[in-house]
Design a protein around this ligand. Structure first.
Ligand SMILES: Nc1ncnc2c1ncn2[C@@H]1O[C@H](COP(=O)(O)OP(=O)(O)OP(=O)(O)O)[C@@H](O)[C@H]1O
Length: 260
């Protein structure tokens, strides 16, 4: 890959569920280091597109390339292993586990368990666990979670839960980070914190970001470019300040009361 190879390239994607066309004719190019916004009203296909990229619902048509490598139709764990991490719209943390344990789970794609490794635990697996732990501790510090590292995630407020999910995704040390509404349910101050963390993750950890977000101020504030969907089709793409003025986008999205 060189600097002009997109980290993510989606070409002519279509995904159907029975007779329903959830996404069709969608193209997207995300360059290394970009923060790219994905917006659209409820049911417009944002999650379906994300699921196509991450392998959960392979597309019926079109190609998906990661840093130039065709990943269309590959299994989710293989795509994760190639450096794609995501957070979920509805939090997917493990209740009953601490913040640290949840973040450690983000390292699982880098762990290589096996009979011999387990048998020779102190010799082989132990150094690996120490290295994994060090990476997690670094991320805990980066996201300012030190004070709650040993707390159960169950009782945390939504803003902190979302931050723990971001930490778990970063623990995988991804090249591409897909964030599905990371600011849903947050107040203004929490939103600003999260926006800062996303910008810092790009600056300090070199990730490229695909950001699904309903808050237009966040999209215009931190995204380099964006794509707007409506009924599974592209209705605008480019620089956020220009796209949000496009009459089709105003009509489809902002007109429906999502312009907070
Ligand atoms: N597994 C599925 N089976 C059947 N239909 C589905 C499935 N997943 C999504 N759909 C349909 O595909 C369309 C696009 O849904 P999708 O969840 O991708 O939209 P979205 O933009 O992410 O919406 P939201 O903002 O509500 O999350 C909707 O009509 C939805 O009902």
């Amino acid at each position: 890959m060189n600097a002009t190879t997109p980290i993510l390239e989606v070409e002519g994607i279509e995904r159907r569920f029975g007779g329903l066309v959830a996404v069709t004719g969608v193209d997207l190019r995300l360059m290394p280091g970009e923060i790219f916004g994905l917006v659209g009203p409820n049911g417009s296909g944002k999650t379906t597109l994300t699921n196509a990229i991450t392998g959960f619902y392979p597309p019926n048509k079109g190609r998906i390339r990661l840093a130039g490598e065709d990943i269309t139709g590959r299994r989710p764990h293989r795509i994760a292993a190639l450096g794609v991490a995501r957070t979920f719209q509805n939090l997917a943390l493990f209740n009953g586990l601490t913040v640290l344990d949840n973040i450690m789970l983000g390292r699982h794609i880098h762990m290589r368990p096996g009979v011999f490794r387990t048998a020779l635990y102190w010799w082989l697996a132990r150094p690996q666990e120490i290295a994994n732990r060090a990476i997690c501790e670094e991320i805990i510090e980066f996201l300012q979670l030190e004070g709650i590292r040993h707390e159960m995630v169950d009782g945390l407020p939504i803003g902190l839960k979302k931050r723990v999910e971001l930490a778990r995704a970063l623990a995988a040390e991804p090249r591409l980070l897909i964030l599905d509404e990371p600011m849903a349910g947050m107040n203004q101050e929490e939103k600003e914190y999260m926006a800062r963390f996303i910008l810092d993750a790009r600056a300090e950890r070199g990730v490229s970001v695909l950001l699904i977000e309903h808050h237009m101020d966040v999209i215009t504030g931190i995204c380099d470019r964006m794509l707007a969907l409506n009924y599974g089709e592209m209705i605008g793409t480019g620089i956020p300040r220009e796209v949000i003025k496009d009459p089709r986008v105003v009509e489809a999205y902002i007109g429906r009361g999502h312009a907070d």
